[in-house]
Design a protein around this ligand. Structure first.
Ligand code: DUC
Ligand code: ZN
Ligand code: ZN
Length: 478
């Protein structure tokens, strides 16, 4: 087994930073040593197979993106990143584990949906991966399947309060699923938007001739997110099931989570970079020579980008500081404009929902450190350490400590990253929702279980390097 020493860097964890060397033995971190330590020999550097010089750089746990949708079928098409292209892009951006969503569609058995996802991913991933299970059809059979999920290494499942006729669960279905979750310890992940009410608003807007992407954000009003978040919290409270609300974008939904957490409930929330940086007016309302007002389709996702005049993003950053929101995932779900987003030209409700971002999460959140929004330690916590704890990977992923997988990123705070097509862009999509973003930092070297897969602007990995990781129950519950 090859040995590697990462020498001279500042190791940053969720709880602090220190100058330290990291010794890797095969796939695992063996030791974190004070610089110049002779504990394991006088000249450790001479006795290892490889030395990585991290002088002046941060040495951090590889990112964990706990919310991706590779190849997700949606709106008559499918997300454009495969497990091969999407995990490679993730690796370029310093993410070394994804947790993707296996899908059970209406009329399908949960077991078959899960098997199909294993089939898509096996042998193709650049980095390790796990699955949550989307349950799109809650009935007796799927409730029974939920009971066996944790044994498959899948300790969380997602329900949708939105998308009637596609993934939607009503309150009776949610209640029953949560009862099973309370029994089994599964984490319920919730897409919290009032889908039936939104569909009425959509129809009314279309009837008034309001058909551009901008109106996607108008129809999916913050009240729809706040109400559904509150309802989900109440159902979780009643059933005593832990609840994790995905892609929180409205400050009013954050307030609901904060109140429930303040009252001692096991309720958690993630937000996504798009809600921290982008807005209804500047993105959904964008216009270009090529696409006219349809340009905004690039940023159609749900929950939607919100009005900058309502200051949601300030509240989201604040909640990340106070731990009212615990982590940041991408909801990576890319669709090209041509032939995909285009399906909704003239009818915003037919635009496939999703933004690609798996490659840029670590950089975009690091910019939050540079801008003074979060501390360096909090950056590591919300992008790696908490995702691991939240979803049953603690000890193995998300930390730099002996015994953990050697998933490590050497990050250069003096480097620079220009995001955009033709610049830093490896996702399988021909536009970037992040075009023009400039980051005051750079992912230099990425190790996945001890193997260097990105170094010095070169990709050194292969499809199939990554393995399926079985996850335990959440280690974040109080
Ligand atoms: N939201 C998105 O934007 N895309 C995929 C599914 C979802 O809930
Ligand atoms: Zn969702
Ligand atoms: Zn999603």
């Amino acid at each position: 087994m090859a040995t590697t020493l990462i020498r001279g860097g500042t190791v940053v964890t969720a709880t602090g930073r220190s100058l330290a060397d990291v010794l890797i033995d095969g796939e695992t971190i063996r030791a974190v040593l004070a610089p110049g330590s002779e504990l394991l020999g006088v000249d450790l550097a001479a006795s290892v197979d490889r030395v990585i010089d991290a002088t002046g750089k941060f040495v951090i746990p590889g990112g964990i993106d706990a919310h991706t949708h590779m190849e997700l079928p949606f709106g008559g098409t499918a997300a454009s990143d495969t497990f091969e292209t999407g995990t490679r892009a993730a690796a370029w951006g310093g993410t070394t584990t994804i947790v993707d969503f296996a899908v059970q569609t209406y009329g399908e058995r949960v077991e078959d949906g899960l098997a199909a996802w294993h089939e898509k991913a096996a042998g193709r991933c650049a980095i390790d991966y796990g699955f949550h299970q989307i349950v799109g059809d809650v009935d007796e059979a799927s409730l029974a399947a939920l009971r066996g999920l944790a044994d498959e290494g899948i300790s969380s499942y997602k329900l949708f309060m939105a998308y009637p006729g596609v993934f939607y669960s009503d309150d009776a279905q949610i209640l029953q699923a949560m009862q099973v979750a309370a029994d089994t310890g599964l984490m319920t992940m919730m897409h919290a938007e009032n889908g039936p009410a939104i569909d009425v608003l959509v129809r009314q807007l279309l009837d008034q001739g309001k058909r551009d992407p901008y109106f996607h954000g108008v129809a999916r009003a913050w009240q729809m997110e706040e109400e559904a978040t509150h309802r989900a919290i109440m159902l979780a409270n009643l059933t005593n099931a832990p609840l994790y609300v995905v892609h929180v974008s409205a400050k009013q939904a954050v307030a609901q989570l904060a109140a429930a957490r303040g009252a001692g409930q096991n309720v958690f929330g993630e937000t996504c970079p798009q809600y921290l940086y982008l807005s209804l007016e500047d993105q959904l309302g964008a216009s270009s020579d090529e696409w006219g007002a349809f340009e905004g389709a690039k940023w159609v996702c749900s929950t939607p980008l919100r009005s900058k005049h309502e200051h949601h993003s300030d509240e989201l950053w604040s909640a990340l500081r106070t731990n009212d929101l615990q982590m940041v995932s991408t909801d990576h779900c890319p669709f090209c404009m041509k032939d995909q987003k285009e399906l909704g030209r003239g009818d915003f409700s037919k635009i496939p929902n999703g933004i690609g971002g798996v490659e840029h999460r670590m950089d975009l959140l690091y910019q939050g450190v540079v801008d003074g929004q979060i501390s360096l330690e909090r950056w590591v916590e919300i992008t790696a350490t908490t995702p691991a704890r939240m979803f049953g990977l603690h000890g193995r992923k998300g930390v730099i400590q002996p015994g953990a997988d050697a998933d490590i990123v050497v990050y250069d705070p003096n480097g620079h990253t220009s995001i955009g097509v033709g610049k830093t862009h490896h996702m399988n999509i021909n536009h970037s929702a992040w075009e023009g973003f400039e980051i005051d930092g750079h992912v230099d070297t990425v190790l996945s279980r001890g193997r260097v897969i990105v170094d010095d602007a070169q990709y050194l990995g292969h499809p199939g390097d990554g393995s399926f990781v079985k996850r335990g129950l959440s280690q974040y519950l109080t």
